[in-house]
Design a protein around this ligand. Structure first.
Ligand code: NDP
Ligand code: MG
Length: 383
């Protein structure tokens, strides 16, 4: 039987690769819905190829060709996620936009392949509780979490999660190099080809911080038992340690096709887009080291936000998001992303056990505050 899937964010880096997987797997999948932000040309190409029953775009457009059921905005995303014809929904939009549709899918008992890490960073407690109550599987797409998911047999016997980080393009650079880095350098990730926001977050190691919070929620692991290890070759995608000290790691050549394919096919596994065969003897060496928490302050900040809980991770996440946009617009330098986020985050008084509405209020308020700080020229920062 064909597995019915909708892809939120089909025009993005994850979405495009997901469609390559679907195409390779031929008859195994049927596309129910696709969604895009503003890239209508690419969406039209996808409609012609995959013939979705409905599509959604961020704002109404009369340029969509080949699909009669056209939706828009958040209500459109939620309508797609309410369609119980779906066996699984891949949430691959970027930013806070992923949270509400994920919740809608869960409430409609539809399994979710989750790429959008912001969903768990903002509201991990609520989302995981809802998933449990509704018997819904949240299958991670992020390569580190996919690796951990593949290693775990019984979570109650796992004592530690070990999340690897390539270290990004500034791994061996000084703070001065980081301050003067042009946008192109921050976007030139040595291992992964991703959307701009996550690529910049990888350069500051914020991405790894978000992944620590994501791992905490996905696997219910205390922060004290989640370790980040720098591994520049990105061959070991992550590992777990069992209570008896045994370590199980998942290895492979870096490719997002594999975790996407794993997540949307789960619990089955197909050859599909097969990774190039792995040879230990071709890999000359594998390096591991501890992260430099001083140069990459985001890691500490994320652990602190995660341990604080409540609305703290959401506040940190949105401040970073706005600061990343300002960096991409040439308004601030790369190091200021951290300084601005830290400043805004420390002024936030976290709400304990926030509702979804409260999380969105925090998101709105912090977004405004961050923009205001950036527009004031960040004169308050001592750089
Ligand atoms: P991209 O920026 O490449 O793609 C984002 C997608 O979201 C696009 O389809 C875009 O549409 C759509 N989108 C953006 N804004 C809106 C909006 N307001 N309304 C509706 N749709 C919108 O991001 P990535 O694919 O890199 O990342 C997606 C998510 O997956 C992120 O949360 C990221 O952290 C996570 N992730 C990504 C990885 C990667 O390798 N790329 C790895 C692990 C996790 P359009 O382009 O048409 O405007
Ligand atoms: Mg990752």
């Amino acid at each position: 039987m064909r597995k019915k899937i909708s892809i939120l964010g089909s025009t993005g880096s994850i979405g495009r690769q997901a469609l390559e997987v679907v195409e390779r797997l031929g008859d195994r999948f049927e596309i129910i819905s696709l969604t895009a932000g503003g890239n209508i040309d690419l969406l039209n190409e996808q409609i012609a190829k995959f013939k979705p029953k409905s599509v959604c775009v961020s704002a109404n457009s009369d340029k969509i060709i080949g699909c009669k059921h056209i939706l828009s905005g958040m209500s459109g995303l939620e309508e797609i996620c309410s369609n119980t014809e779906n066996d699984i929904i891949l949430v691959a939009v970027s930013g806070q936009i992923g949270l509400k549709p994920t919740i809608t899918a869960i409430k409609n008992h539809i399994n979710v392949a989750l790429a959008n890490k912001e969903t768990l960073v903002m509201a991990g407690d609520i989302v995981m509780k809802l998933a449990k109550e509704n018997g819904v599987k949240i299958i991670p797409v992020d390569s580190e979490h996919c690796a951990i998911h593949q290693c775990i047999k019984d979570i109650s016997q796992v004592s530690k999660l070990i999340i690897t980080a390539s270290g990004g393009p500034f791994l061996n650079k000084t703070i001065d190099d980081i301050k003067s880095a042009p946008v192109e350098d921050a976007l030139a990730h040595p291992r992964w080809n991703m959307g701009k926001k996550i690529t910049v977050d990888s350069a500051t190691l914020m991405n790894k911080g978000l992944e620590v919070i994501e791992a905490h929620h996905l696997f219910g692991m205390p922060y004290e038992n989640i370790e980040v290890v720098i591994h520049p070759q990105s061959i070991v995608h992550s590992a777990i340690e069992y209570i008896d000290g045994s370590v199980i790691a998942q290895l492979g050549l870096p490719s997002m096709h594999i975790p996407i394919q794993y997540a949307i096919c789960y619990p089955e596994r197909f050859e599909g887009i097969k990774s190039k065969s792995f040879s230990f003897s071709d890999i000359a060496r594998l390096d591991f080291s501890s992260p430099d928490y001083e140069r990459f302050g985001f890691l500490n900040l994320a652990y602190s936000a995660g341990k604080t809980g409540g609305s703290a991770p959401a506040a940190m996440n949105v401040a970073d998001e706005e600061a990343v946009f300002a960096f991409l617009d040439g308004k601030i330098n790369l190091f200021e992303i951290y300084q601005i986020t830290e400043k805004i985050y420390s002024s936030h008084i976290p709400i304990k056990n926030p509702s979804i509405d409260e999380i969105f209020e925090v998101d709105k308020e912090i977004r405004e505050k961050t923009k205001e700080l950036i527009n004031r020229g960040c004169e308050c920062l001592s750089i």
